[in-house]
Design a binder for this molecule. Structure first.
Ligand SMILES: *[C@@H]1O[C@H](CO)[C@@H](O)[C@H](O)[C@H]1NC(C)=O
Ligand SMILES: *[C@@H]1O[C@H](CO)[C@@H](O)[C@H](O)[C@H]1NC(C)=O
Ligand SMILES: CC(=O)N[C@H]1CO[C@H](CO)[C@@H](O)[C@@H]1O
Length: 595
């Protein structure tokens, strides 16, 4: 029997590529044959991909494309063949397929063309969320059409250097493959109140305190970049290194999580530390450690650590399943701890308050960690929690930055990626439109969100809006923005702001250990006040950056413009990985990448 029937449900308000139609060519007891009619509204030069979703397992034959991946036998991603990578403007692309295995046209619930939802039946939101790819990664930003990000900087080298900076920040016993020859073992006496081993982890910045909250925050951002832009890391030979960098933090978080409701969130007193200017290797005094418990909870800290462990679980999923489940186990417990025993972490660890007081409260971290757990596990309870947190904490608000303190914009973009729902996409777009189109700029075009560490704010928003571009929200505009901002940092402004890279890079970062001469020479406050460059090259470190007039001085005593931190480099490194990723994808047709 030959039936002609159209299923048309066009999301006209949100979708540029509207009026895609599905035509059923024929139908029989075991399956059907159908054609997706896709009007081509902008010329496709570099290939395309089509994703088909069903609400029950099926088998698909489609001869116009190569099957690239298949999830749960329900989600099928097809990439063009060599001969049909080009689709002319204003043509109608007819993508035909046969579905078999006891399936009816009503089981076909949604289709995407180059990241855009082009067809969705009225019930598809529930269907689609049930069959979400738990890693959410198969479709990340592959659309290469008409994007030009011709950087004149070698982003692969920048990634390598940034990872070397993280290596220079390691506390604890260094492994034999340590690449920083002026660094050695340090702070081997770090322990908890009951003697628990708390060695390892990262020094926060130019100092030696281990602040758990920003450490977790930067780990989440590094892991996020490693998930989305895995190909960029692979292509530049840095995939193993970024995994090691993430693991250096997550191994420490696992140690610090000494029981279900006990987590150490700080080692070292900031005031005492900041009175010391020398090498970490030379510090011998025992250091205090503070934890959160049921009686003294800390929801920002526990939730952000849950987010970091969850994001890291996605990084290790394909290489170490045991470690992945260890990470997820701790993450679930810490999220539960954060949500069940609520409290401001600075009330429980008051020693933090002069350094990383959380001004935005814990609502953003609760939403953000639930979203990460949703992505990694597909467990719909976390969707319910995200919804609750959105309402309780007003998380649909439009933030003005993305930072170690405020995760709201990250949550909104992450949810847009996971669910593809318009409400989240709109929030992501509002945020990026604000930073790209409205926020203050310096005379040379740097977006200027805050004076202290201006470039970390720039990098963070560049990273987020690259991800928005990857799900086709104002793609070209956001890609151009991110390229312009990152290239400003790398040299377009007339100098480089990354130690050891490019033209006239900073020589005197506010960073104690690299300001010290080689051992055994004494290192003290005279190293701090010396006018000379730091004796050790802290390669890869991003400094704070210029003021609103593009003014900057390379002075060691200027911690506003010239400190370096593990937090600053994370958004920066992930943004650079994103630019490299888009470069690679646009210089190669899909067929070449995936064949
Ligand atoms: C998994 O990891 C745990 C903790 O690191 C270890 O004790 C266990 O032996 C590992 N299991 C496997 C199968 O590697
Ligand atoms: C931080 O901890 C140190 C060491 O226990 C203590 O002397 C100092 O008073 C504390 N400072 C604050 C602000 O809590
Ligand atoms: C990092 C990650 O999770 N990669 C996964 C992306 O999805 C494909 C297909 O499901 C997996 O094979 C990868 O391991």
């Amino acid at each position: 029997m030959k039936v002609f029937k159209y299923i048309i449900f066009c999301l006209a308000l949100t979708i540029r590529l509207c009026h895609a139609r599905f035509r059923i060519e024929s139908e029989w007891s075991d399956g059907f044959e159908g054609t997706l009619e896709i009007p081509i509204k902008s010329e496709i030069n570099n290939g395309w991909k089509v994703e088909l979703r069903f609400d029950q397992p099926t088998m698909i034959d489609a001869w116009l494309g190569n099957l690239h991946s298949k999830i749960d036998d329900r989600i099928f991603l097809f990439i063009n063949k060599n001969w049909n990578a080009h689709l002319p403007l204003n043509s109608l692309f007819e993508f035909k397929f046969v579905a078999k295995g006891g399936i009816a046209p009503s089981n076909f619930v949604a289709a995407w063309f180059n990241e855009e939802l082009i067809l969705s039946d009225s019930t598809s939101t529930t269907h689609v969320s049930e069959v979400l790819n738990p890693t959410g990664n198969t479709t990340a930003g592959l659309n290469g059409n008409s994007v030009s990000t011709k950087g004149t900087y070698d982003y692969g080298v920048v990634l390598r250097n940034s990872l070397l900076f993280y290596e220079a920040q390691r506390a604890g016993k260094l492994p034999s493959n340590n690449r920083i020859n002026w660094r050695g073992d340090s702070m081997l006496m770090d322990k908890g109140n009951n003697g628990e081993d708390l060695t390892g982890g990262y020094f926060d910045a130019g100092d030696y305190v281990k602040f758990g909250f920003p450490m977790a925050g930067f780990t989440t951002v590094l892991a996020w970049g490693a998930i989305e832009y895995e190909d960029a890391y692979r292509q530049s030979g840095q995939l193993d290194y970024v995994r090691q960098a993430i693991r250096w933090a997550t191994d420490y978080f696992i140690k610090a999580h000494v029981s279900q409701y006990e987590f150490y969130g700080q080692v070292g007193d900031g005031h005492e530390d900041h009175a010391y200017w020398s090498r970490p290797e030379d510090w011998t005094k025992p250091r205090p450690a503070w934890k959160i418990t049921q009686q003294n909870p800390g929801s920002e800290l526990a939730a952000e650590t849950a987010a970091a462990l969850t994001a890291a679980s996605l990084v290790f999923r394909s290489v170490d399943s045991n470690y992945t489940s260890t990470l997820l186990g701790h993450a679930r417990q810490l999220y539960d701890f954060a949500n069940r025993y609520r409290g401001k972490y600075s009330d429980s660890i008051p020693n933090i308050s002069d350094f990383y007081h959380s001004w935005t409260g814990y609502g953003d971290e609760l939403g953000w960690s639930a979203a990460w757990l949703l992505r990694a596990t597909g467990d719909q309870h976390y969707q319910v929690d995200v919804d609750k947190h959105y309402i309780e904490f007003g998380l649909n608000r439009q933030p003005h930055e993305f930072s170690w303190d405020d995760k709201t914009a990250g949550l909104q973009i992450l949810m847009a990626k996971i669910t593809r729902q318009q409400s989240y996409r709109q929030q992501a777009e509002n945020f990026c439109n604000y930073v790209v189109r409205q926020a203050p700029k310096t005379p040379k075009g740097l977006v200027f969100l805050a004076p202290w560490g201006s470039l970390r704010h720039v990098s963070n928003v560049a990273f987020l809006c690259l991800q928005a571009a990857g799900i086709d929200i104002n793609r070209q505009e956001y890609l151009n923005f991110a390229t312009q901002q990152i290239n400003y940092i790398l040299g377009d402004s007339g100098r480089s702001y990354v130690v050891g890279f490019g033209n006239n890079y900073p020589q005197r970062p506010h960073h104690a250990s690299s300001s010290c001469p080689n051992r055994p020479a004494i290192c003290d406050w005279s190293a701090f006040s010396s006018p000379n460059p730091n004796p050790q090259l802290l390669i890869g470190a991003l400094v704070g950056g210029p003021d609103q007039n593009d003014y900057y001085e390379d002075r060691r005593d200027d911690y506003v413009k010239n400190e370096v931190t593990t937090d600053y480099n994370a958004g920066f490194q992930s943004a650079v990985a994103g630019l490299l990723y888009h470069q690679v994808k646009t210089s190669t047709a899909y067929s070449e990448i995936f064949d």
